[in-house]
Design a protein around this ligand. Structure first.
Ligand code: SF4
Ligand code: SF4
Length: 266
């Protein structure tokens, strides 16, 4: 009986998804993509009106009116995708980056994107090589989440994504962690616990804010019960947008943050 099971398991095809096909993928995340060649000033204005979280806004810079898209505030509601110049992004290059790099600017008059600092993801092999031979322990911290982000984080450990293949593990105690993965806008009741958890992680440590709530407060940003996004309470090294981010976006973000050098003393 047991031998049959082992034999069948060995004969079945490998379902594990290669990391190359996961990195940068954003399908299912419902994040917008702007085709600036189709963008008009009127469309930019309508998009800002439709956007429920101010992820889309008009800004004046050097006597130009630009459309600003802040992925950190986007909840993927899809309203802007009803307009011709907007679609749902299949790929996203701003997972695991600084807050400034979550923001894109578009000039509807000249039909150009401006001040974009987003990187094209480097070859997947580099991430794999850089991770070989090292282990990373993650402590996930719910600072006031709706649990949507947790559901996606949990999926990272299933056999399809298999985060453990990179030597990345989730641990129960912050004392054993290298990286804090913080979800949710930080509620006032959780602010002290978040600070204490951060202090309990031994240096050098990394903090990644997850989801629209973690990045900007998301749909709870204006609630009186909320102290603010994660960086209002503890220092944050990188941000992963989405509401919730998909496992592929989380994986891309975690691998991206590992590529960057840790600040001395942290
Ligand atoms: S998908 Fe994001 S940017 Fe578009 S309207 Fe919704 S929240 Fe705003
Ligand atoms: S970002 Fe979205 S899914 Fe994640 S905790 Fe906030 S509301 Fe929930």
């Amino acid at each position: 009986m047991i031998l049959d099971v082992i034999q069948r398991s060995l004969q079945s095809p490998n379902r594990l998804v290669p990391v190359e096909s996961l990195l940068g993928r954003a399908d299912g995340g419902r994040m917008p993509h702007v085709d600036v060649s189709l963008l008009t000033a009127e469309m930019a204005e309508t998009a800002c009106r439709l956007c429920p979280t101010s992820a889309l806004s008009l800004v004046h810079r050097e006597e130009k009116e630009l459309l600003c898209l802040d992925y950190g505030q986007c909840i993927g509601c899809g309203r802007c995708a009803e307009l011709k110049a907007f679609s749902i992004a299949e790929r996203l290059t701003c997972c695991g980056v600084s807050k400034q790099r979550l923001v894109q600017y578009f000039d509807p008059e000249r039909a150009t994107e401006v001040e974009t600092e987003l990187d094209i993801p480097k070859a997947a092999g580099r991430e794999i090589l850089s991770l070989m031979g090292r282990a990373l322990n993650i402590r996930q911290l719910d600072a006031g989440s709706c649990n949507g982000c947790e559901a996606e984080i949990t999926a990272l450990t299933n056999p399809y994504y298999d985060l453990e293949r990179f030597g990345i593990h989730f641990v129960a105690s912050p004392k054993h962690a290298d990286l804090l993965l913080v979800t949710g806008s930080v509620t006032r009741n959780m602010a002290v616990a978040v600070k204490q958890t951060y202090e309990a992680v031994p240096a050098p440590k990394l903090v990644v804010a997850v989801g629209a709530c973690g990045c900007s407060g998301g749909i709870f940003a204006t609630s009186p019960a909320v102290a603010g996004p994660v960086d209002k309470v503890i220092p944050v090294d990188a941000y992963i947008p989405g509401c919730p981010p998909t496992p592929a976006m989380l994986l891309t973000g975690i691998l991206e943050v590992l590529r960057r050098p840790t600040k001395p003393g942290k």
